[in-house]
Design a protein around this ligand. Sequence first.
Ligand code: CP
Ligand code: NVA
Length: 309
Amino acid sequence: MSKRDFLALTDLSTPELYALLNRAIELKDLWRKGGRTTPLAGKTLAMIFEKASTRTRVSFEVGMFQLGGHALMISTATSQLGRGETIEDTAKVLSGYVDGIMIRTFEHSKVEELARHATIPIINGLTDFNHPCQLLADLMTAVEVFGAARLKDLKVAWIGDGNNMAHSWMIAAKMLGFELRIACPEAYMPNAELVARLKGEARIEILHDAAAAAEGAHIVTTDVWASMGQEAEQQARAAVFAPFIVNAEVMGRAASDAIFLHCLPAHRGEEVSAEVIDGPQSVVFQEAENRLHAQKALMEMLMGGRVLR
Ligand code: CP
Ligand code: NVA
């Protein structure tokens, strides 16, 4: 059987996505009860990081350990990648050593190139275009809170930058059918090609008003205003994005049982007020913990041959 990659949520079918979320919840429960399963015994995941990370690095490394395998970290600075060795050669070399590669980088095309030349599964740990592993955890959290049957009927408000996380929510909206309202500044819209591609296929509305987007929402979510690689734009962006803070007033427009999600790291007082992220509707640490179990379900499928159904 040929290898499978996870570069975007759409690398799974919708039934597989539901099954993966279900399996992730099972794995979380199993782990908490002291049960163990080691389908990846003797297997290794290489993790390439060209950007910083706390959650992605730790959750993949711990996830491999919990499944009986091993993970190793490769940074650009200390590997030959930093000295110009090509992605193609790196893909071919690593395919001979390890059983899967997780990569976090800038250009999405680099991850696609790695996947083309590797004979082992490639997992996208965030690119400038999307962050599908984060969506697995976000959707798993939504299932825990609302139940899988309600996913397709939820209203989700994305408030802030039309960035990699916004794109991932858009792709999820297409796959699961929920309603997504995006509120972003006019100059920071999501990728136009993706917007055009999803037109008519997903219930997505793009607005420029945070409170209007939050109206009646079950999930309110946001992200930093300057993503990794955009640090020099931080100040300019802060001025434009100021009306897009998720504060108590914005949350007050959402449904009474609404939750607040954030992929983290967060900047309190910028994209979200401390009152909201540290308040009773926030489930951001449950969401962060779910990275571990969602990715275990993913790796068990990609690297352990488990069929999701
Ligand atoms: N949410 C997320 O991907 O966090 P890290 O950047 O810490 O990996
Ligand atoms: N949009 C953010 C997400 C971090 C997890 C970034 O790319 O930096």
